[in-house]
Every structure is written in structure tokens, then in C-alpha cells.
Design a protein around this ligand. Structure first.
Ligand code: SAH
Length: 195
């Protein structure tokens, strides 16, 4: 499958119906998801994949469509129901699990691919809990973060190491009332971390 084809399939998925501001629910745009997944494919990192905080499932579903055994973990039942509908819609086989990333333990996972909450809201577990779980779970982690996170990530994941940092344009659709423009493009950083 070509990247553009994957992107077109992922465009069809439903996003968060009523996004929770506290849980920092932003769905990864299809262009960014396809970029992350193709980078992982290029590194042969798509055997057994876990998407932590999978939301409506775009990363786990994309990984499954590229041939991975995929698992998605999400705390929010509504988001998980949407993720299940999305997987059925595009014929992807994904195991979705309801749980808190700071409590679950998973075995047999090679790669974590995630877009964690950026940790701006106190009520969300924040990127620290996600990064800790990710590096305990898999040998290779792909994780999306705000611009300017590099120093923090490099220090936080030690003794794991950052192998690559990619800067991507991330078009965010309007999702919360107080956002004024309908689409705002921000720059995000994709990390490939090796343990
Ligand atoms: N990975 C999805 C969603 C990103 S938004 C995507 O790429 O589109 C971050 C997600 O993490 C939200 O769905 C939120 O509900 C979930 N989340 C926040 N805290 C969590 C926790 N402690 N355990 C599991 N999921 C959590």
C-alpha cells in the first residue's frame, strides 16, 4: 500500500464525538498518522504494535492495515467504541483494551506508536506516564510531541535513546469551543526511541 492510499483510508475514520478537554483528546490527522506509520514500516517496526491512548484508533488501525498485530489501549469508553466502529468500517483487525496506561502491563509488544496527551492539563496522565509505560512495554517507541520537547524527551527516556526526530506539520481541526480558526497548523515532533 502507498502512503497516500493509507492516508485516504484513514481520512474516513470518525474522530472524537465530544472531545474531552481534560483528557486532551486530539485525533491525529490522517497525514500525520500515515507519516508515522510509514516511518515505522521503513524500519521494519510493524510486527506487534501497541497504541497507548488510542482514542478513536487511527494509529492502531493504520498499523493493522499495514500488516501489524495491533493493540489499542484507551481509558475513555466512548472513544473506544468509536475506535471499534472505525476498525470495522475499514476492515482492520485490532484488539482494543479499556485501561489506564499508568496501570496496565502488556507483554510481547515490539513497538509502541502513540500520540500521547501533551500534558498541558493537570487531569490528564500527561506525556510522562505515557513515555514511562511505552519504554517499559517495547524496544522501539514512536511518539508525537509538542515542538521544543527534545531536551526533555532525551533526558526522560534514559537509558533508552532518541534515534530520530522528525518535524511534521500537523493540521488541527477545530475541536474545542475557544479555538477560533477552523484549522490551525502546528509543528509537532515525532520521536523514534530505542531501548
Ligand atoms: N492516539 C489517538 C488519540 C490521541 S489523544 C490519536 O492518535 O488520534 C490522547 C488519548 O489518550 C485520548 O483519547 C485520551 O482519552 C487518552 N488518555 C488520556 N489519559 C489516559 C490514560 N491514563 N490511559 C489511557 N488513555 C488515556
Amino acid at each position: 500500500m502507498k502512503k497516500k492510499q493509507l492516508e485516504m483510508i484513514l481520512e474516513r475514520l470518525e474522530g472524537f464525538g465530544r472531545p474531552s478537554f481534560q483528557r486532551e483528546q486530539y485525533a491525529t490527522p490522517a497525514t500525520v498518522a500515515a507519516e508515522m506509520l510509514f516511518l515505522a514500516a521503513m524500519h521494519d517496526d510493524l510486527e506487534t504494535v501497541c497504541d497507548l491512548g488510542c482514542g478513536t484508533g487511527i494509529l492502531a488501525i493504520g498499523a493493522a492495515l499495514l500488516g501489524a498485530r495491533a493493540v489499542g489501549v484507551e481509558i475513555d469508553r466512548e472513544a473506544l467504541a468509536a475506535a471499534r466502529r472505525n476498525a470495522a468500517l475499514v476492515g482492520a483487525d485490532v484488539d482494543f483494551i479499556q485501561g489506564d496506561v499508568s496501570r496496565i502491563s502488556l507483554r510481547g509488544i515490539d513497538t509502541v506508536i502513540m500520540n500521547p496527551p501533551f500534558g498541558a492539563q493537570k487531569a490528564s496522565a500527561g506525556d510522562r506516564a505515557f513515555l514511562s509505560r511505552a519504554i517499559k512495554t517495547a524496544r522501539t517507541v514512536y511518539s508525537l510531541h509538542n515542538r521544543g520537547s527534545e531536551r526533555f524527551i532525551r533526558a526522560f527516556v534514559q537509558p533508552c535513546t532518541v534515534q530520530e526526530v522528525h518535524r511534521l506539520a500537523c493540521p488541527l481541526k477545530r475541536s474545542f469551543e475557544f479555538h477560533s480558526r477552523s484549522v490551525k497548523t502546528i509543528e509537532v515532533e515525532l520521536y523514534r526511541i530505542s531501548c
